[in-house]
Design a protein around this ligand. Structure first.
Ligand code: NAD
Ligand code: UGA
Length: 456
C-alpha cells in the first residue's frame, strides 16, 4: 500500500519504518529540514534500539523515503498518517496546531480518496476538527464532494522498545465511522494491519471518539499506578516498610498485576505528564473535575523533588562546596529523550543550592547539554557547575555522594569497591531502587532508596 506519514518524530519514524518493513511504500514528511537531511544521509535523529537497521534496510530497498515536500507527500499516500506532536499549550490542554496544519495540507493538495489517520494522541473530538479543516481547504479549491475519511488509530509504543512494541503490538485500536467513506477507510485499515492479525485478532474496532478516549485512558491509568506507588513509597519511608516487598506482595494478585508498580523519582517523558494534564483539561471543558488525575499530576510533580529532598535532609539546605555525581539523565533507559526527565529537576535543585554536579548518561549526553542550557537560561553561569563525565566512574571522582535517576542496565551492578574508593563519602541516593538496602549496609554504603527505609 502507498502510505504517507506526516511528522517524522519518535512515532512517525517508527510507524513509517515498520510499515515499510511489511512491504508498504512509505513516504515520511517533516517540516524539519535538518531531520530529513539526517535521515536521507543514512543517520537517524533519535536513539531507539533496532530502529537504525529497519530504516537502513527499507531505504536501501526503495520502500522508505524522507522529504519536506508537502504536495508530493500528500499525492503519494492513499493512507495519510498524522503523527505530529501534540504538546501542552499554556493551560495544559493539547495544542492541536500541528495536527490541524497537517490536516489543512492534506485538504490543500489531495486528489482522490484519502484515509486520514490520527496517530498523534489527540483529545476526543479532534477527528471532527481534522475533518472540518480538510473540508474547508477542499471547499477553497471548489472540491466540495472530494472524498476522505478520518480514523483514529492511537499509538501505544514505549520509547526504548518502540520497534518491538510496534511490530508486536498487544492491541491495535482503530476508530472509524459508519458512513460509506468510513466503511471504505475500515476496509483499507483492515488490509494495512492484516499482517499483525495473522495469528490472532489484535484489533479493536470502535467508534472514533472511543478510540481517541482509549489512548488517554491507558496513559492515565499507567500514570495513576505510578503516582499511587510513589505516594505509598514515601509513607513506607516514614513507617519503616520496604516498598519493593510491598510491590511483590500486591503485584502477585492477578487483579493488580506486576507492571508499572515501580516506585521512583517520578515519571517523565513526552507523554504521561502531558496526557494526564490534557485529559483533566478536557474534563474541565465539560464542567467535570477529574480529581484522581489532579492528584496523580500533583504527586508526580512533588515526586521529582524526592531525591533533592533526601540530599537536603542528609547534607543540609546550603550545598555550597558540595559535589554530586548523577547517573542517568534520560527520562527512562534506552532512549536519549530528556523531555520532562526527573534528572533535570534534581540537577536544577542541586546547582541552585550551590553544589556542583558531574553527570553521566550512556546516550543522552548531547541532548542533556542542549536541554540544560534551556533550563538554566535565567542564570547561564550556573551551567558552569555542571560537568559532563565520560564514564560512570569518572563522574564519581571526589563526589560527596552519588544520585541515580535512570535505571540503565550499565548502572545495575557497579564495582562497589571502586565506587567507594572514588566517592568522598560512600553515600548513594537511588531514585530507581536498583540495589538492596541490606547488601548496601553490609558493603558499608549509606543507601537512600525510595520507600526502602526498613527497620532492621
Ligand atoms: P516528536 O516531537 O518526536 O515528532 C513530531 C514531528 O512532527 C517533529 O519531527 C516535527 O518537526 C514534525 N511536524 C510538526 N508539524 C508538522 C507538519 N505540519 N508537517 C510535517 N511534520 C510536522 O513527537 P512524538 O514523540 O513522535 O509524538 C507524536 C505524537 O504521538 C504525540 O501526539 C504523542 O503524544 C504521540 N505518542 C508519542 C509516543 C512516544 O513514545 N513518543 C508514543 C505514543 C504516542
Ligand atoms: C508511555 C506508555 O508506556 C506507552 O504505552 C505510550 O504509548 C507512551 O507513553 C505514549 O503515549 O507516548 P513512555 O513514556 O515511552 O511510554 O515510557 P514508559 O515506559 O511508560 O515510562 C514513562 C515514565 O514512567 C518513565 O519516566 C519511567 O521511569 C516511569 N515509570 C514507569 C515509573 O516510574 N514506574 C514504573 O513502574 C514504570
Amino acid at each position: 500500500m502507498k502510505i504517507t506519514i506526516i511528522g517524522t518524530g519518535y512515532v512517525g519514524l517508527v510507524t513509517g519504518a515498520c510499515l515499510a518493513e511489511l512491504g508498504n511504500d512509505v513516504f515520511c514528511l517533516d517540516v524539519d529540514q535538518s531531520k530529513v537531511d539526517i535521515l536521507n544521509s543514512g543517520g537517524i535523529p533519535i536513539h531507539e534500539p533496532g530502529l537504525e537497521d529497519v530504516v537502513a534496510r527499507n531505504r536501501a530497498a526503495g520502500r522508505l523515503h524522507f522529504s519536506t515536500d508537502v504536495a508530493a507527500s500528500v499525492a503519494h499516500g492513499e493512507v495519510q498518517f498524522i503523527a505530529v506532536g501534540t504538546p501542552p499549550d499554556e493551560d495544559g490542554s493539547a495544542d492541536l496546531q500541528y495536527v490541524l496544519a497537517a490536516a489543512r495540507n492534506i485538504g490543500r493538495y489531495m486528489t482522490g480518496f484519502k484515509v486520514v489517520v490520527d496517530k498523534s494522541t489527540v483529545p476526543v473530538g479532534t477527528a471532527d476538527k481534522v475533518s472540518a479543516a480538510i473540508a474547508e481547504e477542499l471547499s477553497k479549491r471548489g472540491l466540495k464532494d472530494a472524498a476522505f475519511s478520518v480514523v483514529s488509530n492511537p499509538e501505544f509504543l514505549k520509547e526504548g522498545a518502540a520497534v518491538e512494541d510496534f511490530m508486536r503490538p498487544d492491541r491495535i485500536v482503530i476508530g472509524h465511522d459508519r458512513t460509506p467513506e468510513g466503511l471504505q477507510a475500515y476496509a483499507q485499515m483492515k488490509k494495512l494491519y492484516a499482517p499483525f492479525n495473522r495469528n490472532h485478532e489484535r484489533t479493536f474496532w470502535m467508534d472514533v471518539r472511543s478510540a481517541e478516549f482509549t489512548k488517554y485512558a491507558a496513559n492515565a491509568m499507567l500514570a495513576t499506578r505510578i503516582s499511587f506507588m510513589n505516594e505509598l513509597a514515601n509513607l513506607a519511608d516514614k513507617v519503616g516498610a520496604d516498598i519493593e516487598a510491598v510491590r511483590h506482595g500486591i503485584g502477585s494478585d492477578p487483579r493488580i498485576g506486576h507492571s508499572f508498580l515501580y516506585a521512583g523519582c517520578g515519571y517523565g517523558g513526552s507523554c504521561f505528564p502531558k496526557d494526564v494534564q490534557a485529559l483533566e483539561r478536557t474534563a474541565r471543558g465539560y464542567d467535570q473535575e477529574l480529581l484522581i488525575l489532579r492528584a496523580v499530576e500533583e504527586v508526580n510533580n512533588q515526586q521529582k523533588h524526592v531525591l533533592g529532598k533526601k540530599v537536603v535532609a542528609r547534607f543540609g539546605e546550603d550545598l555550597s562546596g558540595k559535589h554530586f555525581a548523577v547517573w542517568g539523565l534520560a527520562f527512562k533507559p534506552n532512549t536519549d529523550d530528556m523531555r520532562e526527565a526527573s534528572s533535570r529537576v534534581l540537577i536544577g535543585e542541586l546547582v541552585r543550592r550551590g553544589a556542583s554536579v558531574a553527570v553521566y548518561d550512556p546516550v543522552a549526553m548531547t541532548e542533556a547539554a542542549r536541554v540544560l542550557k534551556l533550563d538554566f537560561a535565567d542564570a547561564p553561569v550556573l551551567l558552569d557547575r555542571v560537568s559532563f563525565a565520560e564514564s560512570p566512574m569518572q563522574a564519581l571522582e571526589q563526589a560527596d555522594a552519588l544520585a541515580i535517576v535512570t535505571e540503565w542496565k550499565a548502572f545495575r551492578s557497579p564495582d562497589f569497591d571502586r565506587l567507594k574508593a572514588a566517592l568522598k563519602n560512600p553515600v548513594i541516593f537511588d531514585g530507581r531502587n536498583l540495589f538492596e538496602p541490606q547488601v548496601m549496609a553490609a558493603s558499608g554504603i549509606e543507601y537512600h532508596g525510595i520507600g526502602r527505609s526498613i527497620l532492621t
